[in-house]
Ligand binder design. Structure first.
Ligand code: NAP
Length: 224
C-alpha cells in the first residue's frame, strides 16, 4: 500500500519564483500542496508544471488564494512585500486557528539592497498584527534564493526560523528539513527583523561579488 500523504500546505502566491520552488520540494517530500493565486487558471498551470517535474507522483493542485488557505493546515505566503497586507487580509478568516509561514522579505524597490523595515518591526510582525491572536506566525526561508529550490541539488544556505511559539517554530523546522535544508530555531518573532533584514545584505553581496544566490550558514553549533 502507498504511504499516506502528509498534511496539506497552501502556498499563497505559489505561482511565483520562491513559492514554486518550495512547492516542488514539499510535494516531493509527500505533502499535499495547494498552489494559491489571484487567478485560478494561473495556479492550475503552475501546479501542472510542478506535477510534470515530479512525473505525476505527488499531489499539487492550483486554486485561488482563499480556497488554498481554507483547504490547508499550514499556509505559506510568498508574495512581494507590496502585496503582503492585501493578500493576508484576503485570507484572514480562513487562517484562524492555523499556522502562517511568512517568507516575505520587506524589500522596497528600487533600493532592495538597503534594509528598510516596516513600522511593525518586520513583515512577520506585521502579519501577526493583521491576523490577530488566533494565528501563529513563523518567519522562514527569507535568505534562500529561489534559484536553489526548484531542483534536487543540496542547498548550502541555512534557514533561520523565528516565530510566535516554540511549538510553531518546531513545526516549521520539520518543513525546512522536509525541503532538504538545515534549519535553526532562531527565537521569537521579534528576531525576524534581523533575518528579514539579512536578505538585503545578501542582495548587496550578490551585486558586489557577481553572485546570484549568496546565503548564510551557522557555524559552531550542531543542528538536531
Ligand atoms: N525570489 C527569491 O529568491 C526570494 C528569496 C527569499 C525570499 N523571497 C520572498 O518571497 C516573496 C516572493 O518572492 P518571489 O520572487 O517569488 O516573487 P514573485 O515571483 O515576483 O511573485 C510571487 C507571486 O506573488 C503574487 N503577486 C505578485 N504581485 C502581486 C500583487 N501586486 N498583488 C497580489 N499578489 C501579487 C503573484 O501571484 P499571482 O499573480 O498568481 O497572484 C506572483 O506569482 C517575496 O516576499 C520575497 O521577498 C524571495
Amino acid at each position: 500500500m502507498d504511504e499516506p500523504l502528509l498534511l496539506a500546505i497552501a502556498i499563497l502566491g505559489g505561482t511565483g519564483k520562491e513559492g514554486k520552488g518550495l512547492a516542488y520540494r514539499w510535494a516531493k517530500a509527500g505533502y499535499r500542496v495547494l498552489i494559491g493565486s489571484r487567478s485560478s487558471e494561473k495556479a492550475v498551470k503552475a501546479a501542472s508544471e510542478i506535477m510534470q517535474l515530479l512525473e505525476g507522483s505527488s499531489s499539487v493542485v492550483g486554486t485561488t488564494n482563499p480556497e488554498a488557505a481554507r483547504g490547508a493546515e499550514i499556509v505559506v505566503v510568498t508574495v512581494p512585500y507590496s502585496a503582503h497586507r492585501e493578500t493576508l487580509e484576503s485570507v484572514k478568516d480562513a487562517l484562524q486557528g492555523k499556522l502562517l509561514v511568512d517568507v516575505t522579505a520587506p524589500l522596497v524597490p528600487p533600493k532592495v539592497s538597503k534594509v528598510q523595515m516596516p513600522a511593525a518591526g518586520s513583515a512577520a510582525q506585521e502579519a501577526k498584527e493583521i491576523l490577530g491572536e488566533g494565528v501563529e506566525v513563523v518567519a522562514a526561508f527569507q535568505n534562500v534564493s529561489h534559484e536553489l529550490l526548484l531542483g534536487d541539488e543540496e542547498v548550502e544556505c541555512d534557514v533561520l526560523v523565528t516565530g510566535t511559539s516554540k511549538k510553531a517554530r518546531a513545526e516549521v523546522l520539520t518543513l525546512v528539513e522536509a525541503a532538504g535544508l538545515t534549519g535553526w530555531d532562531a527565537g521569537p518573532i521579534e528576531n525576524s527583523v534581523v533575518v528579514e533584514g539579512l536578505t538585503s545584505v545578501l542582495i548587496n553581496i550578490n551585486k558586489q561579488y557577481g553572485s546570484t544566490y549568496a546565503g548564510i550558514k551557522i557555524t559552531g553549533a550542531q543542528s538536531k
